[in-house]
Design a protein around this ligand. Structure first.
Ligand SMILES: [Zn+2]
Ligand SMILES: [Zn+2]
Length: 346
């Protein structure tokens, strides 16, 4: 009896050892799955965040003409810079420009991959895995904006405007056009008059203006406030020291001259020289008091001070296409008036 019991125990001991070995292997396998899949998930989230940050930053350099390789490299380098800030190393070949409309790229995409070195999964003979993530951002027409100036830019002029073209965005009294010189009441109330106009022209209107808004106009020349706001608060307030030699933003086909301040070739968003105007359509062109319909937004660079007072008082500005703060819509063929916003698409 004793003999039999011992034999049974001995057998059971063997079985238990095998069982324990199996359980340990299963547990390690599960630990491998849990820990290494967790690690992969964490890495993929990090990678996605870095790719998103890269395209969102790079899109601020859009749109980019397909014929300007240096501009295209600016976009790519911005993506590389912001990927790096988020711990991801990419090269220009990982950045693609997308969404070609009218010979301009309006989208930027980044594909990023990372090798995740496994720890526990090595037990199962799997040493590493690949995580691949991509992200894309587009620029679309701005549909609402804050901080804009109270000057309406005519819809028909805007449709034909090209970058670098100069426009008179506020007429003088001698230029005719009835009593209206281009001034719009951004808060919808004409009571503020000249003081609202000067404040908004100098500092930007702090309320939001949205596509589809109907705004009353402010008749008159308002010469003195125009000079004060544009000359003292905008043109001479640019402190951006730009390119001392030829412009660093020049490309293979165009070389821009040296410029001490912001110009339409090279400017910094946020500079007082860069202004956003509503693109408007006069609802009743036969009525000089007609309200205007906001159809979108345009961006100008003020390169010149206002030189004329009284009847000759006018603001000359250069049309540019750029991303500015505000809400965008991604239907790229409409709302395209030169002011863009950035949206993440995937
Ligand atoms: Zn500036
Ligand atoms: Zn420059």
């Amino acid at each position: 009896m004793k003999f039999i019991t011992l034999r049974l125990l001995r057998n059971e001991k063997g079985s238990v050892t095998v069982l324990i070995a199996l359980v340990i292997t299963a547990l390690l396998g599960m630990a491998a799955l849990v820990l290494d899949l967790g690690l992969s998930y964490y890495e993929s989230v990090e990678l996605q965040n870095a790719a998103d940050a890269a395209v969102l930053a790079a899109a601020w350099e859009l749109p980019a003409k397909t014929t300007r390789p240096n501009k295209i490299n600016d976009v790519k380098d911005k993506a590389i810079e912001y990927a790096q800030k988020n711990g991801l190393t990419i090269t220009r070949s990982d950045v693609q420009l997308t969404q070609t409309i009218d010979n301009e790229y309006r989208g930027v995409a980044v594909t990023a991959q990372k090798t995740v070195n496994y720890s526990f999964a090595r037990v199962l003979g799997i040493n590493s895995g690949n995580v691949i993530k991509s992200s894309e951002a587009w620029v679309g027409g701005l549909v609402s904006a804050v901080g804009i100036v109270p000057l309406g830019f005519d819809y028909n002029d805007c449709l034909n405007a090209t970058e670098g073209q100069t426009f008179i965005i506020k007429e003088g009294a001698h230029s005719g056009g009835g009593g209206w010189r281009g001034i719009v009441e951004l808060d919808g109330d004409i009571a503020g008059g000249a003081s609202d106009y000067e404040d908004w022209l100098a500092n930007g209107y702090d309320g939001e203006v949205t596509e589809g808004d109907t705004l009353p106009v402010q008749n008159g020349n308002i010469s003195g406030p125009t000079i004060d706001a544009v000359n003292d608060e905008r043109v001479t307030q640019c402190t951006d020291t730009q390119c001392a030699g030829t412009c660093s933003k020049s490309d293979a086909t165009t070389t821009y001259p040296a410029h001490q301040y912001c110009t339409h070739d090279h400017y910094i968003i946020g500079c007082p020289r860069v202004i956003v105007t509503p693109v408007i359509e006069v609802i009743d062109p036969t009525d000089s008091n007609s309200p205007v319909l906001v159809k979108g937004f345009a961006v100008f660079v003020l390169e010149e001070t206002v030189v004329g007072g009284g009847g000759d008082n006018q603001i000359i500005a250069t049309f540019v296409k750029t991303v500015v703060p505000g809400e965008a819509e991604l239907t790229a063929t409409i709302h395209d008036f030169g002011a863009y916003g950035v949206r993440l698409v995937h």
